[in-house]
Ligand binder design. Structure first.
Ligand code: ADP
Length: 512
């Protein structure tokens, strides 16, 4: 089975968030099942720098508006998965961030940048001269790749690959003024409520949802939430019309990168059988961050985009309360400028108790995660969330709001769950200051009971959220798509480890 994986970012080539982690590891997990998976991402400067074995594979011609384009072939540095970078210097070789300039302002030509990207995905799907490879399935991800399923639908039905569209975060919809529509290469009728129009704007995300053969999102709870509540950010109606083709598959963790037993970013390593070195990681990160050394005081980590989604504003509000607790806080994040500034100021006034590292720094995130006792992961909504799953493996007890994937991955420390040995963290329900501080207070109480705490840590460290289970669910969907398209199951039964891995359509989940 040949799969073209289309994503705007893939770790380690380019990353702004969890989408990159998934795009970096899911293709490799699918390849390990024997699938022929290839990745398409834009040739951002850092992606060009990091690609292994880069070489020019196809000249895509020149466009008056965007200049010359070509495909650069290569491999992912770690997994070796084949990659194509769409090299269009005018659109993608820029200083600044992937979607914004240095000051966080959206690039004014984002619609054009990603329309071009989707057209190249479609050309690859149709078969490009010089490339003897056509996909059976195109797996498009998030709004940046949302036009691809719509463009594929313009091809003859008997000569197009099946399409799968994954929503990683429905809050980011790729909304643009109607003036961009003529550039998209879709039939005029597509600019309608049944197509890509969203309140007289063009929505790339809606295009993916409406036109893909199957739609997935990144956790079962989030699939229910976006189709049935305000968490659909206005697209709940569109999704509810596609329930038969919508399912939630939890993201997997790349334990090659996120495991304290092998993590080369840590000063020393540890595992579930020996947690002594975690104490040393704590001592070292406190030193690095200028926090007071008292080993009895728990260290709480907040490693997150500093945005409203992550309740970073509420974490700020909680600082005066936290001042009165026996606890320290280490913040690693970047995001909304006002929130960044407020955290910097808050940290400066709390020497030794609160440390703030504003910026995006992968090694620091690893070290803080390992050194902390708890990870605070609140969210107004959370499609899947990866840091809480990483925290579990690092013996860093997660404190989460029960929403989306956080609900699917953390089991609360209640008496029954402790008895059943399944409690892995602390949960709170409402997105309020009181609920969050109440949850932290419960966790601080738990920390004062070393036997209980070790128990929770160990239960968490034994969890397995690795890719094989999740990738098998994607594989089952691809198989279903090809079965439907061709009447022939191309999947070897041995590749899927039992029916229980098959992503259930949302309609069935709702009946639970
Ligand atoms: P989201 O994709 O919504 O930002 P996730 O929890 O799914 O949230 O993924 C966040 C990823 O980004 C994790 O790998 C996390 O460790 C990492 N991360 C977030 N902020 C930072 C930061 N400032 N520095 C380094 N890594 C960060």
């Amino acid at each position: 089975m040949r799969v073209l994986f289309v994503s705007s970012e893939a770790y380690p080539l380019a990353k702004t968030g969890g989408l990159a982690d998934v795009s970096g590891s899911l293709p490799a997990a699918l390849a390990s099942f024997g699938l022929d998976v290839r990745l398409l991402i834009p040739a951002y400067p850092m992606a060009l720098d990091r690609l292994a074995n880069p070489h020019s594979v196809a000249d895509l011609g020149e466009d008056v508006r965007v200049g010359p384009m070509r495909l650069i072939g290569g491999r992912m540095p770690d997994s070796g998965v084949p990659v194509w970078l769409l090299d269009c210097p005018h659109l993608f070789r820029r200083a600044g961030r992937l979607y914004t300039d240095e000051n966080g302002r959206d690039w004014p030509d984002n619609a054009r940048r990603f329309a071009v990207f989707n057209h190249v995905a479609m050309r690859l799907a149709r078969g490009l001269r010089g490339i003897a490879w056509r996909p059976d399935v195109v797996h498009a991800n998030d709004w940046h790749a949302g036009l691809t399923p719509a463009l594929l639908k313009t091809l003859p039905a008997n000569d197009r690959p099946a399409s799968l569209f994954t929503i990683h975060n429905i809050a980011f919809q790729g909304l643009f003024p109607p003036g961009v529509f003529p550039e998209l290469g879709l039939a005029p009728a597509a600019f309608s409520p049944g197509g890509v129009e969203y309140y007289n704007q063009v929505s790339f995300l809606k295009a993916g949802i409406r036109y893909a053969d199957e739609v997935t999102t990144v956790s079962p709870t989030y699939a229910r939430e976006i189709a049935s509540s305000e968490l659909g950010f206005g697209l709940q109606g569109v999704l509810s019309e596609r329930l038969e083709h919508l399912s939630g598959i939890l993201n997997g963790v790349d334990y090659g990168t996120w495991d304290p037993a092998h993590d080369h970013h840590l000063p020393c390593r540890y595992d579930v059988g020996n947690l002594a070195n975690k104490g040393e990681c704590k001592r070292r990160i406190r030193e690095e961050f200028g926090l007071d050394p008292d080993p009895e005081v728990p260290l709480i980590a907040f490693i997150s985009r500093l945005t409203g989604q992550k309740m970073a504003d509420v974490v700020l509000e909680a600082l005066p309360w936290l001042d009165r607790q026996k606890a320290q806080l280490a913040v690693v994040g970047q995001g909304e400028p006002d929130i960044e500034r407020a955290f910097r100021e808050a940290g400066a006034g709390r020497n030794g108790r609160v440390a703030v590292h504003v910026g995006y720094d992968e090694p620091v995130a690893h070290r803080v995660l390992a050194g902390a006792d708890m990870l605070l992961a609140p969210a107004r909504f959370e499609p899947c969330g990866l840091t809480q799953m990483y925290a579990l493996r690092y013996g860093t007890v997660p404190l989460v709001r029960a929403t989306g994937g956080l609900s699917d991955t953390v089991v609360d420390v209640g008496a029954r769950n402790i008895r059943r040995d399944i409690a892995t963290g602390y949960r709170f329900r409402d997105a309020t200051l009181a609920a969050m501080t109440g949850c932290i207070a419960r966790a601080l109480e738990g920390f004062r009971q070393p036997a209980l705490w070790r128990h929770i840590q160990r239960a968490g460290m034994k969890q397995d959220f690795g890719w094989p289970q999740s990738a098998a669910r994607y594989l089952a969907i691809c198989d279903r798509l090809l079965g439907a398209a061709s009447g022939v199951s191309r999947l070897r039964a041995s590749a899927v480890r039992g029916d229980d891995y098959v992503g259930e359509p949302l309609a069935q989940q709702e009946g639970e």
